[in-house]
Design a protein around this ligand. Structure first.
Ligand code: HEC
Length: 399
């Protein structure tokens, strides 16, 4: 009875509510097809509209992006970013506007802006590094005994790595490295080699014969060779060019052991930077390039063990057997790690930075960098930069 009286409202009710279970029972009404058609075309219209609004770039958007890129360009110039490809990128963005390639124009403008933003960030980082180094230099001042430097760092940080050997702390005032350095001083001042001259005319970056604080500003770029050099390569350079030693003379080639000229000289020269803050210059493009290359090397995993330096040296408190490993990201720890030449108790010899570096690669079962190669200096540049601002411990004493 009810059905007979109310057939249509019931059906339309089902259709409006879209109750699926009932729909197949519904007899089709003449208006149903038109409504369905309407719905389909509405859906089609939406499908067509979505890409238009989401993907298509309007001229206005492209122009806004170009204006923003120009604004960032101005800021970058003001911040001191020179030598940037962004001008051409912005020109390119503008050049495709007349042919209505708005998406492409937008892309060029976005890239240009990103490029300038990144350059500004890098510049700020560099300036910050320099400021940290300069401030630390002012604060640290001049020479300090290695043990005093280390105890100062321990008091400041309570680092497990720094304080792991009471025995070493006790032995430091009588370190055999002191003898090595004293021998080095004599050798440095003695007229030697075929030219019979001393090394007092050798320039380690702060002027001929200036050794105080010279080592903590190495590696650095040298005009006379056009290269970034570390202590060892600079010493080799002076022994050959000033003193006239042949490159295959044992004075040049023998670099390992406390009894070699090299270790005596290096230990002496470095010891005059004890307590000075690490502050290798980053003004010359090659100084930056080598530091950056060293960073890549530090994080690159390779070899059969798939190790990178960062596998062992990027967290605090890591141990291998009894040794607590230094963390490169904590400059107060890292300064001790890179304080070489140092006396290695286990070897009963003073060892150099280059020697330590090869030991690290051996430890990773990777090919050893050639002594004095650009790769070795890249790593030394990077590891010294990571300790910037912290006082050097020269000569340190190691396990
Ligand atoms: C498998 C872990 C491991 C890897 C990988 C490794 N090291 Fe080491 N590193 C050590 C250990 C262990 C020591 C302490 C050595 C010792 O006491 O004889 C050490 C010592 C050092 C030191 C001297 C620390 C000190 O106390 O004087 C430096 C600097 C260093 N490594 C740098 C590097 C660099 C750079 C690399 C990559 C080229 C590297 N290490 C890769 C484990 C590692």
């Amino acid at each position: 009875m009810l059905r007979k009286l109310l057939p249509i409202p019931l059906r339309s009710l089902h259709q409006v509510s879209g109750h699926a279970a009932n729909q197949h029972q519904q007899p089709r009404l003449p208006g149903g097809r038109a409504r369905r058609l309407g719905r389909v075309s509405l859906a089609l219209l939406l499908v067509a509209l979505i890409p238009l609004t989401v993907w298509a770039t309007t001229r206005e958007e492209a122009e806004t992006a170009i204006a923003e890129a120009k604004q960032t360009r101005e800021e970058a110039i003001a911040a001191g970013v020179t030598d940037s490809p962004t001008n051409e990128m912005i020109e390119q963005a503008e050049s495709v506007l007349p042919s209505r390639q708005y998406t492409r124009a937008l892309q060029y403008a976005v890239w240009a802006r990103r490029q300038d933003a990144m350059a500004m960030e890098l510049l700020a980082q560099q300036e910050e590094r320099k400021a940290v180094g300069d401030a630390a230099k002012a604060a640290v001042g001049n020479y300090q005994e290695p043990l005093d430097v280390l105890e100062g760092l321990i008091a400041r940080t309570q680092s497990e790595y720094l304080s792991q050997s009471d025995q070493n702390l006790m032995m430091m005032p009588d370190s055999p490295a002191l003898w090595t350095a004293a021998d080095g001083e004599d050798l440095f001042k003695e007229p030697r080699g075929p030219n019979n001259v001393s090394l007092e005319e050798c320039d380690f970056g702060k002027g001929p014969g200036v050794l105080e604080g010279a080592y903590v500003e190495l590696p650095r770029y040298f005009e006379d060779t056009g290269k970034v050099m570390d202590l060892e390569t600079r010493l080799v350079h002076c022994m050959i060019t000033l003193q006239g030693f042949a490159p295959d003379d044992p004075a040049i080639t023998k670099r390992h052991g406390s009894n070699t000229d090299h270790m005596k000289l290096q230990t002496y020269i470095a010891s005059l930077s004890s307590g000075f803050a690490w502050n290798p210059p980053m003004d010359h493009p090659l100084e930056k390039a080598l530091r950056d290359a060293g960073e890549v090397m530090f994080y690159r995993r390779a070899g059969k063990a798939d190790f990178a330096c960062s596998t062992c040296h990027a967290e605090s408190g890591k141990r291998i057997r009894a040794s607590v490993l230094p963390n490169k990201n904590i400059p107060e720890e890292w300064t001790k790690a890179i304080s070489w030449p140092a006396f290695r108790v286990g070897h009963d010899h003073v060892r150099s930075s280059q020697h330590r570096l090869r030991g690290c690669y051996w430890q990773m079962r990777q090919a050893s960098p050639v002594a004095g190669s650009d790769a070795s200096i890249a790593m030394l540049s990077y590891w010294t930069d990571a300790a910037r601002g912290q006082p050097a411990i020269l000569s340190d004493m190691k396990r």
